[in-house]
Design a protein around this ligand. Structure first.
Ligand code: C2E
Ligand code: MG
Ligand code: MG
Length: 613
């Protein structure tokens, strides 16, 4: 813990009511103490021990930055703070030194005011942080005259001061306002929320605002640095403040997250107001001369005060803001179903990560690689198989890769998954090649794979399993090619020179720019199954597939048609002059061990034109 910087962040600290003020501070300028959490944690325990060990009825801790905390043991009441005590407390922090007043009544010469008991003994020790910053004075007080402290008492007092030093640092850590925006932070939010519930509010109205998805904000920090990021967050806070009504309180509850407590839920009825907030937040920010846009999400939560479990309130409203971030409108009410989906996604990613990273785990056995045959239409032979991930979840059953692959990508786990596929896929391919099967393997890779060292990873795995590179094909979607053109092109060129084939997957669902695709070192183009499914009913789809296939072939691509489910689709495709087909009509994806027997049957029977499935 960087205690000094945390304590510094605490510079605008509170001054408790009835407490003496540090020199030079204006009482009117001192904010009130509002929160229990702002007390010095552990002070009571330290003071109780001091009272017992030194037999004193009162202990006080005076903070240099302002604020005094008293402790009187048992049922003793805290005495009213007299002018005499005020003076002593102030002088205790004025100097960074220990002090002992044996008979205050006579020495200090202070007049006891009528309301308070005159003190007779006062001793104080300075309190330091671990880096020797003088932050407070710990004082023991008696109302009876007494002898000087013994050596053991002094050691005890010094030890207590050390503990108090740690507690003061901890206090500033816990209760500080956010140093970037100077807004109250999460603790204050929870305390206020609880106070409202305890203060009789029947329902709580909370708004959460997420500035940008974490990945995007981190990319922004990487590109621009923390200073810019801080400046941006401040600008966002200012726009929210401009929008806010007088009776709303704004908190910074995370680096890129704000929360608002509304006076009541009436404001939720004014949807135009939230449209205005989103529109304003979507306008470009001029962040230190650089124009920037964010992707805000505003979540709304109405919660009965009786149901308040503070930790959850924030989680629920954040779930709504997360949903809102992806929506066109940019704001949305909390919905339980959506929240459950987020939770489930989180657990899926956690479990998948465990399965991928820990081969010894139970979860690891839930993952399998299946292989789907691709058949060459001219020769009628199965020339390749596509590797497809399969996950059998213990409670959810089969989870589709269409569902978990995007989650893996968002969670930054794609590298692990692709490595896993390389290992399993190439191990299987190597065993097929050893058994004399002449078959190619295509594996799907995603755009995030290209950010990392994809090429050496593939080469290493191929070498490990003694697989010649010409047997390998990588499938990339159009978007991958378009988004990272420079880096991707370089790596693809390298792979293609080494003999690895490249296929454009799901063609027709993205930019579908054939002229651009031709510039890439890809040799195969896979037409997406969405056009193929209704090719027999839709003349448009038939025309699209026919045109893409014709153009792609004339540009030199090998054309593969995905999703061939029926005999009639097969016949239509065959007559278009495509090169390969893949689909349930030929075979569903199957475990590696089933391929050899399937191949034997297929080679004997050829394509049987009765419908499959
Ligand atoms: P894809 O690469 O386009 O794979 C083809 C998908 O179509 C597979 O779905 C396959 O099971 C399905 N399919 C094949 N023939 C037919 C058919 O006749 N009819 C229908 N309706 N579907 C058919 P799957 O296995 O669910 O995978 C979905 C997507 O998930 C894949 O689409 C691919 O983008 C991704 N994926 C799967 N495994 C991996 C992997 O290991 N790595 C990466 N990066 N992505 C993967
Ligand atoms: Mg594919
Ligand atoms: Mg595909």
């Amino acid at each position: 813990m960087n205690e000094d910087s945390d304590a510094d962040a605490d510079a605008s600290a509170d001054a408790p009511c009835d407490a003496p003020l540090p020199p030079g501070r204006d009482p009117a300028a001192s904010p009130e103490v509002r929160h229990e959490a702002y007390l010095v944690p552990g002070f009571d325990a330290v003071a109780r021990m001091l009272c017992a060990a030194l037999h004193v009825p009162l202990v006080a801790l005076v903070l240099v930055e302002g604020g005094t905390f008293f402790f009187a043991p048992g049922s003793s009441k805290l005495p009213a703070v007299s002018g005499q005590l005020q003076d002593l407390l102030l002088s205790a922090i004025a100097r960074d030194a220990s002090r002992e007043e044996l008979d205050v009544h006579e020495h200090a010469g202070a007049e006891a005011d009528g309301a308070s008991t005159p003190l007779r003994f006062f001793a104080s020790v300075p309190v330091h942080t671990l880096t020797h910053r003088h932050v407070a004075a710990l004082c023991v007080i008696d109302f009876d005259p007494r002898a000087s402290l013994s050596e053991a008492d002094r050691v005890m007092l010094a030890d207590a001061a050390t503990l108090a030093g740690a507690a003061v640092v901890l206090r500033s850590y816990i209760r500080r306002v956010d140093p970037v925006t100077q807004l109250p932070h999460r603790n204050a939010f929870f305390e206020d929320l609880r106070a409202r519930a305890e203060g009789g509010a029947r329902s709580l109205a909370i708004v959460a605002i997420e500035v940008a998805p974490a990945s995007r904000f981190n990319a922004f920090i990487r590109a621009m640095g923390h200073q810019y990021a801080d400046a941006l967050v401040r600008l966002v806070a200012m726009r929210i403040q401009e929008w806010m009504a007088q009776d709303m309180c704004l908190y910074q509850v995370g680096v890129t997250r704000f929360a608002l407590l509304l006076a009541d839920t009436l404001a939720f009825a004014d949807s135009a107001s939230f449209d205005r907030l989103v529109a304003r937040l979507r306008e470009p920010f001029d962040c230190q001369g650089i124009p920037l846009t964010i992707q805000p999400g505003v979540g709304l939560l109405e919660m009965p005060a009786s149901k308040l479990t503070t930790g959850d309130a924030l989680r629920l409203v954040m779930s709504a803001s997360h949903t809102a971030q992806q929506s066109v409108r940019g704001w949305s009410h909390y919905e339980q179903a959506q929240d459950e989906l987020h939770q489930q996604e989180f657990f899926l990613v956690t479990e998948l990560s465990e399965a991928l990273n820990n081969p010894a785990s139970v979860a690891a056995n839930e993952l399998e690689l299946h292989f789907q045959p691709r058949v060459d239409l001219r020769s009628g032979r199965c020339v390749a198989v596509e590797a497809l991930m399969r996950w059998h979840h213990p409670s959810l059953g089969w989870v589709s890769p269409a569902r978990f692959i995007p989650l893996v990508e968002q969670a930054g786990l794609m590298r692990c998954l692709t490595d896993w596929v390389f290992q399993r896929g190439l191990q299987q391919l190597s065993s097929w090649l050893r058994d004399g099967l002449d078959i190619h393997l295509s594996m799907n890779v995603s755009s995030t794979d290209f950010e990392a060292d994809l090429v050496p990873r593939l080469l290493l795995a191929a070498e490990h399993f003694h697989v010649p590179l010409r047997y390998i094909e990588l499938e990339l979607t159009e978007d991958t090619f378009m988004h990272n053109s420079e880096a991707v092109q370089q790596r693809l060129a390298q792979l293609s020179e080494l003999g690895v084939s490249i296929a454009i997957d799901d063609f027709g669902t993205g930019y579908s720019n054939l002229a651009y695709m031709r510039k890439l070192p890809a040799s195969t183009l896979k037409i997406d199954q969405s056009f193929v499914a209704s090719i027999d009913e839709s003349a448009d789809d038939e025309m699209i597939v026919r045109c893409i296939a014709g153009m792609a072939r004339s540009l030199g691509f090998r054309v593969v048609v995905e999703g061939v489910e029926t005999a009639s689709i097969y016949r239509t495709i065959r007559d278009m002059g495509c090169d390969e087909i893949q689909g349930y009509f030929i075979a569903r994806p199957m475990p590696g061990r089933d391929l050899a027997p399937w191949l034997a049957r297929f080679e004997a029977d050829g394509i049987v034109e009765g419908d499959a499935l």
